[in-house]
Each structure stands twice: as C-alpha cells, then as structure tokens.
Design a protein around this ligand. Structure first.
Ligand code: PMV
Length: 364
C-alpha cells in the first residue's frame, strides 16, 4: 500500500455522536530509528519489541459539528489523566494538520480526547509512541464507522501510517511481538510508510522476552526527538550509520530464528551505544547518559561475564536503561537488579515489562 491508498475516495456515512477507546503499548527499539527525511520517512529501517505494561489508554469522543455554527478549524479538547491540558494541544493540532489529507473528515467533527498512561508521567519514558498510536487507532475506529467497507489489514496499516505521522516510533506500537518500520530489502512487506509485524520465524526465547526499565533519570528529555533526528542532517557519520542499521537488521534475521542470544546481545547493545555515539558526535553534541547509566552498563557486563546469563541492555534517547533478558532467567535477574542496580535508579524505581501482543480495543 502507498500513501495514496490511505486517502478515502468514498462519501462518508452520517454517524451519530459516539466514543471509541483503545489501549496502545510503548515499544523498545532493538535497531534504532534515528534520523528522518521529509514527512516522517525514516532514514533507516528499525525493529522493536512491543511492550505490554507501559501503555496509554485513550478515548475519543466525537460528534458532527453543526453545519451552520461549526467552524472550519480542528475542534478538540484534550484531557490527560482527567485534567484538561492546553499545553498538549499544539502537538495534536500539528498531528491533525499532518494527517488531514488522509482523514478529510477531521474538521467536520468536534472531539474530546481523554488519555492516560500506565507509567508515571515523569519517568523519562517517552509517551509519544503509546499516546500517538492510541489516538491513531481511535481515529481509525471512528473512520471505520464513516467508511464501513474497509478491511482489517487496511485498518492496521493505516493506523500505523497515521501514528507514524504523529511520532515515527509510534508506527511500531500497533502490532505485537517484533515490529519492523522502514523499508528493508530482506524483509518482505516492510515499508517506510507504516510498520509491519516481523514476518519471519522467531525463536521461542524471544516470544516473551523481559524488559525491566531502570529509571535513572525521570526528568524531561534533554533533547527532544525532533531536535535529535535533525542532528543527523549533515552529521559526519550519518551515511555509515544508516548503512549499519540496515546491516544490523539483516544480521538479526538468522539470530531471531535461531535464538542465538550471544549474537543478539552484540547487535542490540551496539545499536544502543551507537545511538548515543551519534548524539555525542553531532553538532551541537549531547551526552544523554548519566554516571549511573554507565554504572549499570558496567554491572550488567560484569554480571553476564560472571554468570553466563544472557542479559543485556538497550537505551532510548535518555539515561534510563532497558534490561533485556529471556523469561526463564527472571528470578535471577530481578534478584540482581534489586541487589546491585536499584541503587542507581532514581528513588529506587524500575518498571517490569515484557513483550506484548499489541494494541487492544476497549469496550465499556
Ligand atoms: O518516534 P520518535 O521521533 O520519538 O523517535 C524515537 C527514537 C528512538 O526512541 C531513540 C529510537 C527508536 O527507534 O524508537
């Protein structure tokens, strides 16, 4: 499917006021998306684990505007955790502007959007992936009422497509398990426009992989994703980095099939450090890791050497550490985290998560 396929060409049905609710998870990239072209097209393909516990729950209430008194503007109120939030509105207005040509009905409706996250707002966990994908899913659910003919495949792809226009990584929060976004010549069906469920064989070990997120720094992000992606324009290592991401994704295919955790770790940790290396070597440059981040990484390496347990880390564009490990080592790793890593977490906080099934519609 191409972006043209996402422009409705039928007359919308008349629908009564209503509401739809979706729960959408966060995701953690194994091969990172860092750098984009025009219109949120990624500079390289990425792959992520969909999470389960870290999620946004969003309700979209809609009613058709009065044809006489209604304005030709986007009309919506946004509530976060029950409170009306004016400061979130510009981001959603921008999102609506970006998707308007694919959702031409937007200005015909008044909306109320209610959203909440399962994780604390100030946890340093980006909520844009779960939040934007949840709104995209709610819009698609409403769109299904306007144009009842479309297929489930269209629903999922367009939801991911719209989510991508809100926040690139949000495109990977619709499906469960492993999800790929960005065209890769060895991954059938992969696309720059939307994410797809990883289409090849995945070893049992990666089906319920654990991700314990150590909250090292719960502050606001020092570098927003927008600024971050921009740093890759004119970056001296950009082209090599984009090539490396393609190579790493290719190298992951046999690893995901065989369950080779040694190779998995090499790729995933290198991706995390490369993401940070890109930030350290851009102009202006940033160090987003904190001293405690490094303490944790060293402890993980030490523990892995000592025990042979295939535990590794990955990082987002921040100081928090995602500790990744197979389910059967959970007891041991949680013991290790409690004994040796919790001291490096802000107020001793961490979040236990694992690979999840993807977004879900809620019925009340
Ligand atoms: O979706 P954005 O624009 O917030 O970018 C996310 C970038 C990383 O989280 C650092 C990497 C990724 O692939 O998720």
């Amino acid at each position: 499917m191409t972006q043209k396929d996402f422009i409705p060409n039928l007359e919308p049905k008349n629908i009564s006021p209503g509401e739809v609710s979706w729960q959408s998870p966060s995701n953690i990239a194994l091969v990172k998306y860092w750098g984009k072209k025009e219109n949120q097209i990624p500079a390289n393909p990425s792959i992520s684990f969909t999470l389960d516990n870290c999620k946004s729950t969003t309700t979209l209430k809609f009613s058709k505007k009065d044809e006489i008194t209604g304005t030709a503007e986007f009309d919506f109120d946004f509530y976060f955790e029950g409170k009306q939030k004016e400061d979130f509105k510009p981001k959603i207005t921008k999102f609506f502007q970006r998707i308007e040509q694919y959702c031409p009905y937007l200005k015909d409706f008044s909306f109320e959007i209610h959203s909440e996250n399962s994780f604390p707002h100030s946890s340093g966990i980006a909520s844009s992936a779960s939040g934007m994908s949840a709104i995209a899913l709610c819009l698609m659910d409403m769109e299904r009422k306007l144009y009842p003919e479309f297929s489930d495949e269209y629903f999922t792809k367009k939801a991911s497509f719209l989510a991508r226009l809100g926040s690139g990584s949000a495109s990977r929060s619709i499906d469960g398990g492993l999800v790929v976004w960005g065209e890769h010549k060895d991954i059938e069906g992969s696309s720059d426009e939307y994410a797809v469920a990883y289409p090849y064989k995945v070893h049992e070990i990666f089906r319920n992989y654990k991700d314990t997120i150590l909250l090292v720094d719960k502050g606001e992000k020092q570098v927003s994703s927008t600024v971050g992606h921009d740093l890759m324009h004119g970056h001296p290592f950009a082209e090599n980095r984009f090539r490396q991401a393609n190579d790493n994704l290719k190298a992951l295919i046999p690893v995901l099939e065989s369950g080779d955790t040694t190779e998995f770790i090499k790729i995933v940790e290198s991706e995390a450090l490369t993401l940070h290396a890109m930030m350290m070597s851009s102009q202006p440059y940033f160090i987003l890791m904190k001293p405690n981040t490094l303490q944790i990484l060293n402890k993980i390496w030490e523990y892995r050497d000592k025990t042979g347990i295939p535990v590794c880390f990955t990082l987002d564009a921040g100081a928090n550490v995602h500790v990744l490990y197979p389910e059967n080592h959970e007891t041991k790793i949680l013991e290790f985290i409690n004994n040796e890593l919790v001291v490096y977490c802000q107020n001793g906080h961490y979040i236990c998560d694992h690979v999840g099934d993807g977004a879900k519609k809620l019925y009340f």
